[in-house]
Write a protein that binds this ligand. Structure first.
Ligand SMILES: [Zn+2]
Length: 305
């Protein structure tokens, strides 16, 4: 066995762990139900158990380190989760040090959306660039900024909160306190909400709106045009600010690309004068739910060079 690292994705309903070698090949992977209700101590025990079993099978000496993607804000210096709506009881808990002490292996924590952006650069759609932005459309909209091959954190780890960019000054109210945030107009949740306004039924999901659009329903197509427009307005600002070569979109609504991308591109071309002059690209991300795993596993390799 050659050198490898372990990536952990703590988001969602499953604890997903992968051992990845330096070439980016997944050599082992484990997925088991995540138990968050019993508090962070239990989660730490579960993570350590899985990592130990992978380490026993693949060799102790060759393990480079462990990267963990966490759905929350992290104080990078202390390795403490300083805010997370998805991990109750984790705030202020020294996740990194607890796991490090338990395993005797170097642990690096990272926000899961940031890890996904890094994963796309390493093994996904961004393999040929060092600078990219990833927007992930889900319940909300998250994402990450990779600059010169590294995640851009901001001074308190909160950079890349694309979901709360204002796209319509008097738009829908958002839980963050603002109006017209991108995620209120372009997330999977927003697509479903617009679908309900179109009388597609109270149980409407973004997938249902997509199915209706595929069947040729004009109101379903309108929903994706509105969503694409919001996305394009946000992207135009990002393109003008960053002058990056690549902007990636991932998440559940990605299959609806052909329905939302035309409206998105109209806004981008109208509002970002730098777009066509620079040849920047807006593309689909490639790794789906594995992006965060790859990114987490890449962190130990990156920090040792
Ligand atoms: Zn907001």
């Amino acid at each position: 066995m050659s050198a490898y690292s372990i990536g952990v994705d703590l988001g969602g309903t499953n604890l997903r762990v992968a051992a990845v070698d330096e070439q980016g090949t997944i050599v082992a992977r484990v997925s088991e139900p995540a138990v968050f209700d019993s508090g962070p101590e239990r989660v730490v025990v579960d993570i350590c158990k899985v990592i130990r079993s992978i380490r026993e099978r693949n060799g102790m000496e060759e393990l480079h380190g462990v990267g963990i993607g966490v759905p929350g804000f992290i104080d990078m210096e202390s390795g403490v989760v300083i805010g997370s709506a998805n991990l109750p009881g984790f705030e202020g808990f020294p996740v990194r040090d607890q796991i490090q002490k338990n395993l005797g292996t170097r642990i690096i924590l990272e926000n899961d959306a940031n890890a996904a952006a890094l994963g796309e650069m390493w093994m996904g759609a961004g393999r040929n660039v060092k600078d990219l932005i990833l927007l992930t459309l889900g319940t909300g909209i998250g994402g990450g900024i990779v600059f010169n091959g590294k995640i851009l954190h901001g001074f308190r780890g909160m950079a890349g909160e694309f979901g709360h960019m204002t796209v319509f000054p008097d738009g829908n109210p958002c839980g963050c306190g603002n109006y017209g945030c991108l995620e209120k107009h372009a997330s999977a949740t927003a697509i479903a909400a617009m679908g309900r306004m179109m009388h597609f039924g109270r149980d409407t999901t973004s997938a249902k709106v997509f199915d209706l659009a595929v069947q040729g329903n004009p109101r379903a197509k309108m929903v994706f045009e509105a969503m694409g427009r919001a996305l394009g307005i946000a992207l135009a600002s990002l393109i003008n600010i960053f002058n990056f070569p690549l902007y990636l979109i991932s998440g559940g609504p990605l299959p609806a690309w052909d329905f939302f991308a035309p409206a998105m591109m109209i806004e981008v071309k109208k509002r970002a004068f730098t777009f066509e002059r620079t040849g920047a690209k807006i593309e689909k991300a490639l790794l789906g739910a594995d992006a965060g795993l790859y990114g987490a596993a890449y962190l130990p390799f990156q920090q040792s060079t």
